[in-house]
Write a protein of this length. Structure first.
Length: 194
């Protein structure tokens, strides 16, 4: 089985980065352009099924990618980003001072927003695995599944899936392609928008 994991396109209109998990903002013109580029890179891939987070920035990303494919798009809340709770929409510079993520979270995956009515990253990884298990019961070994989601959640999930092999944090509009062979998940390639 092949998985194409795509992070949604760029959404921030200015230099102030906001903690954006379950809250939403639209794709920027640059974000749309990057996703259109990624759609072009993925146009020759066979896609047998497509799943997206129901958050609009991810849905719009999936819709652009699927313009070249005749596949229904399935929305699934298990692909949502980390819920940052009461800190949603606040500037990252402020939220980072609360140290709810370890200074090395890209390696140790330590992130916990439960004290602010949000989630911890282990719960997010678990819900992604639940979706993956459901997909693997439905589809065949030679099928290709598109999954569109968000930066923190996809990164933590894929890093766990690949047994913590080295993985860079996904750029906006990037695709991480993973193959499942003999019950092992292996990184095929990472595509970034050009």
């Amino acid at each position: 089985m092949k998985y194409i994991f795509v992070r949604h396109g760029k959404t921030h209109f200015n230099e102030i980065q906001l903690k954006q998990g379950w809250c939403d903002s639209p794709l920027t013109k640059q974000g749309i352009k990057e996703i259109e580029n990624m759609a072009e890179q993925l146009k020759d891939y066979k896609i047998d099924a497509a799943y997206t987070s129901p958050i609009l920035r991810a849905k719009n990303t999936a819709q652009i990618i699927l313009k070249n494919h005749s596949v229904l798009l399935n929305e699934d809340g298990r692909l949502k980003e980390v819920n940052f709770g009461l800190l949603e929409g606040l500037p990252c510079l402020f939220v980072d001072k609360l140290q709810l993520e370890s200074s090395n979270w890209l390696d140790d995956l330590q992130m916990d927003y439960t004290g602010y009515e949000g989630e911890n990253v282990e719960d997010v990884i678990q819900r992604h695995f639940e979706l993956l298990n459901d997909i693997e019961k439905k589809f065949q070994d030679d099928d290709t599944i598109l999954m569109v989601g968000h930066g923190c959640s996809l990164y933590a999930f894929i890093k766990t899936l690949l047994k913590n092999k080295t993985l860079d944090f996904p750029q906006n509009a990037s695709a991480i392609i993973v193959n499942k062979v003999n019950n092992e998940y292996q990184l095929e390639t990472v595509l970034n928008p050009k």
